[in-house]
Each structure stands twice: as C-alpha cells, then as structure tokens.
Design a protein around this ligand. Structure first.
Ligand code: PBG
Length: 322
C-alpha cells in the first residue's frame, strides 16, 4: 500500500496527540455565573439548573471560597431582589442585593475578579429589560439613564467589570461616559453585543425570576436568523468603547463567534447559556452522554474563536482539568 500521507501518525498516543492539539481550554478562560438572593443561610438548588444554587450573601462567601480553591478566578453575578417595581429601583440602590454582595466579596476575597450583569429584567415588576412606555414598548433612551446609574453603582461597590446585557441602542457609549465621569475609567465594559432572542435562556429566567410578564424580548434582542446584523451590533459596541464583545448563546451560534473573531481584533466572549447547560447536564446525569461531552462542547466554543467563556460548567471543568 503506497499511502505517503497518513494523518493517523499524529494520533498514535496521547503524548503526540497533546503535542499537536490546537485548542486548549484552561481555567484562565472561564467565568462562572452565580445567583444571589435576599435572606440568610440560603443555599437552594435551582430546579431548572441542576447543581446551581440561589445563595444568600453569607452562603455566597462559602461558595466563593470553594471556587477560588478550585481555580476559578472570575465570576459574573446576577441578583434577585427582595422587591421589584416598575423601574427596577433595587438595581441601582446603593444597598441593593448586588451592591452588597460585591462589597462583601471584594472585602473578603479581593483576589476574585467580580463582573456584574447590567440589566433590569430581574428588578422590574414587568420583567422587561428597561422602562416601558404606556403601550408596553421598552423606551430606549429613558432606559439608558437607568443603565448608567446601575453601572456606576456597581463600580462604586467595587465591581471589577460591568457587562450590559439589555440590548438597548447606545448603551455601551452611555455607560462608558457615566463611568468615566465618576472616575471609573479603568472599569472595562464587556458588552453582550450579539445577544439573540433565544429560547435557550429558559432555565435562567426561572432561576432569576426574570421572564417578561407579557410579550417577549424580540423588540430588543436579535433575530436568531441574522448574522450580518450581529456584525453591525459588534461594530457599534466597539465604536462606543466596549473592551470585550460577546456572542450569546454559544453552541447554536458558533458561526457567529467565528465570524466576529475573523473580523475584529478584539477579545471575544461567548455565553454558554442556561439552556445549553441544563440540556447537557441532564443528559450526562442520566447516563445518556458521557461526561466528556462537557469538555468537548466547551473546547468547540473556544475553537470557534471565543477567548473567554461564561459557563455554568466551570466547576465541572475545574475538576476534570485536575
Ligand atoms: C438578562 C440576562 C439573561 C441572561 C443573562 N442576562 C436573560 C434574558 O435576556 O432573558 C441569560 C443567561 C442564561 O440563559 O444563562 N437580560
């Protein structure tokens, strides 16, 4: 047999396979999402997201210690306030759930890099990501004022980075201006730039109690069918001063991640969202898939072009990498 080129030569054992491996996932790439609730002594499993919990601030401290020991260096925080209202006032309250959680974490564990999600849907009584007009449309420019206040209050509490996830037009530029005005020129913005109106957020909305009470988010989040529009959104956020741009969800949108990576010389984040997590986790827990499917899917997100991955699997990966 005269076969000169034999790709299998580089697959004969694990040493040569690892020498030629093109994509390596490390703990440096991962951001772990955590949910904070009011109260004390609470660590309650979120039904739609196995092995993820609602933590009161005291219990959150135990979790942060545990994940630091596992090698997780950065987290993104989501808050579930005690009370909601029309304009989501807990979101920018100096003593809101997130502001207190951030202060406490930075006080006890300054080594943990704390990112906060900037949005209103967990805080508004109607569950939309902004201020409503009389006919139920999310008013873009009025919402910006609130997003600016939220971002500044998080920075004041000690957040290392802010991540607007609302999809209002002009929010990155507006938030940058507000942060700079208050002296937070070194707090970076990770923009949820290409955020799709996705059914894969289902378990999260359950976890964050943030499902819209009427209608959907299609007048602000993107149509899953579009990629040119994703490029325009990313371009705008970069012009407005985003430091990191994000594609969300991740696995059904790997083509978008790759296209953004090819076009822009920027750090790209991908959000491996709640639905992606719960599907896979339940399949693994029920023996339908081998656990290695978790690493495989995260490596795929990185191979597609993501530099950073926000994932509920961060603890599983930490244990697998050990
Ligand atoms: C807030 C927000 C959402 C997610 C992150 N920030 C939900 C939404 O837009 O409805 C989803 C994250 C996930 O599904 O894991 N707007």
């Amino acid at each position: 047999m005269k076969i000169i080129k034999r790709p299998r030569r580089l697959r004969t054992n694990s040493i040569i396979r690892s020498l030629v491996r093109e994509t390596k996932l490390s703990m440096d790439d991962l951001i772990y999402p955590l949910f904070v609730v009011e109260g004390e002594n609470i660590k309650e499993e979120i039904k739609s997201m196995p092995n993820n919990y609602h933590f009161s601030i005291d219990k959150l401290m135990e979790e942060v210690k545990e994940i630091l020991d596992l090698g997780i260096k950065s987290i993104i925080l989501f808050g579930i306030p005690g009370k909601k209202d029309e304009c989501g006032s807990d979101a920018y309250d100096e003593n809101g759930i997130i502001q207190r959680a951030v202060r406490e974490i930075k006080d006890k564990f300054p080594a943990m890099y704390v990112i906060t999600d900037i949005c209103m849907c967990e805080y508004t009584s109607h569950g939309h990501c902004g201020i409503l007009t009389k006919d139920g449309y999310v008013n873009n420019d009025e919402t910006l004022e609130y997003l600016g206040k939220i971002a500044v209050s998080h920075a004041k509490a000690g957040a290392d980075m802010v991540a607007p996830s609302d999809m209002m037009d002009g929010r990155v530029g507006f938030i940058r201006e507000q942060l700079d005005k208050e002296g937070y020129t070194n707090v970076p913005i990770m923009a949820y730039s290409a955020k799709y109106a996705s059914a894969f957020y289902g378990p999260f909305r359950d976890a964050a109690d943030s499902a819209p009470s009427f209608g959907d988010r299609k007048s602000y989040q993107m149509d899953p069918a579009n990629i040119d529009e994703a490029i325009r959104e990313v371009e705008l956020d970069i012009e407005e001063g985003a430091d990191i741009v994000m594609v969300k969800p991740a696995l059904p949108y790997l083509d978008v991640i790759r296209e953004v990576k090819n076009r822009f010389n920027m750090p790209i984040a991908a959000y491996n969202v709640s639905g992606e997590y719960s599907m896979l986790k339940m399949a693994v827990d029920n023996g339908l898939l081998n656990e290695s499917a978790i690493m495989e899917s995260l490596v795929s997100i990185k191979r597609a072009g993501a530099d950073l991955i926000i994932t509920y699997f961060a603890k599983d990966i930490a244990k697998q990498l050990r």
